[in-house]
Design a binder for this molecule. Sequence first.
Ligand SMILES: [Zn+2]
Length: 100
Amino acid sequence: MSLSERLAQVEKNQRLLQEEIQRVRQEAKSLEEENRRLREQLYLERDGADQQATADGSGIRQNAQENLKKLHDEGFHICHLFFGRERNGECLFCRSFLGD
Ligand SMILES: [Zn+2]
């Protein structure tokens, strides 16, 4: 194979690789989005279960706050900007939401 043929082959491989990277990136993005949605749903279900368990309703606010704190402690955002997304380090919006 001549040098120019080999170069053409390398360029083709590179193109294919870039397309593959695009695909994987797109997939990662939709998985992230799905993850966020599921976490949000999980949070709402937890909250719903807690509300049912509280007969007189006095503990609702407290339980909701505890659920948010739990989610936060598990390493996820609870602020409205990034709710349900994985948190890398501290987030000022989350902190202010927790009232710290
Ligand atoms: Zn946050």
